[in-house]
Design a protein around this ligand. Structure first.
Ligand SMILES: [Zn+2]
Length: 223
């Protein structure tokens, strides 16, 4: 005998699933990232400098499809998006300098790790085909960086990290999204103190604030 109430609830579940699987870039249903949006994730490499002078190779601007996909990965637990994002990252990781060094992701705060159950920078490095080296840990709880200007961000993260062991290897620090570069500067500082030779930084994406574009009022207000 047909149990219509069960069918209806199954239908609801399928509908919920179809709704959940919408393109991160354009919301088209039935896919996490449609072909056209995937095409927009091709790396557009740029080189930046942090306030501390560290050179950072960046795969993508934090705009459009890339920004929406990263937000879904970081905020909505959509870990399948780490694969196309990791592919974009692999473009900047596939250089000679990088292959001769250890890739050290910035540490994920305990709160963020508890909330997500995964470390975004580490996940991206693995999806890019490399092994992340967790040589850094957070030693003090920082307040939220959002809404802070360049100097406040730097002060907020200063001495917030420590290397888990000393060493003299060549290392590259890695973050998912770079805003002012303060976090990468702190990662580089902590590794240098422990004896490492920090070559440069890499990031999946950089916000327009960092790229010096005008138009984002929060970016220009405090600078
Ligand atoms: Zn799309």
């Amino acid at each position: 005998m047909l149990d219509t109430s069960r069918l209806r609830s199954l239908g609801d579940e399928l509908l919920a699933f179809a709704l959940a699987a919408s393109c991160a870039g354009c919301d088209r249903g039935g896919t996490l990232l449609c072909t056209s949006c995937r095409g927009q994730m091709r790396p557009k490499p740029l080189v930046l400098r942090t306030p501390g002078g560290l050179r950072v190779e960046v795969a993508l601007p934090f705009t459009g499809v890339a920004a929406r996909s990263i937000r879904r990965l970081k905020g909505e637990g959509e870990t399948l998006l780490a694969r196309p994002l990791g592919e974009a990252l692999s473009g900047v990781l596939a250089t000679e300098v990088v292959s001769a060094a250890l890739i050290v992701p910035v540490p994920t705060s305990r709160t963020a790790y508890r909330r997500r159950g995964y470390r975004v920078p580490d996940l991206l490095v693995r999806q890019a085909g490399l092994r992340p080296q967790r040589l850094l840990r957070t030693i003090s709880q920082r307040s939220d960086q959002r809404g802070l200007g360049i100097q406040d961000r730097a002060a907020n993260v200063f001495e917030s990290m420590r290397a888990t062991r000393g060493g003299s290897e060549r290392v590259i620090v890695m973050d998912d999204v770079i805003t002012t570069g303060a976090t990468l500067d702190e990662a580089a500082r902590a590794l240098r103190v422990a004896g490492y030779d920090v070559l440069c930084g890499v990031a999946l994406a950089a916000t327009p604030r960092h790229r010096g574009l005008i138009g984002d009022s929060s970016a220009t207000r405090r600078i």
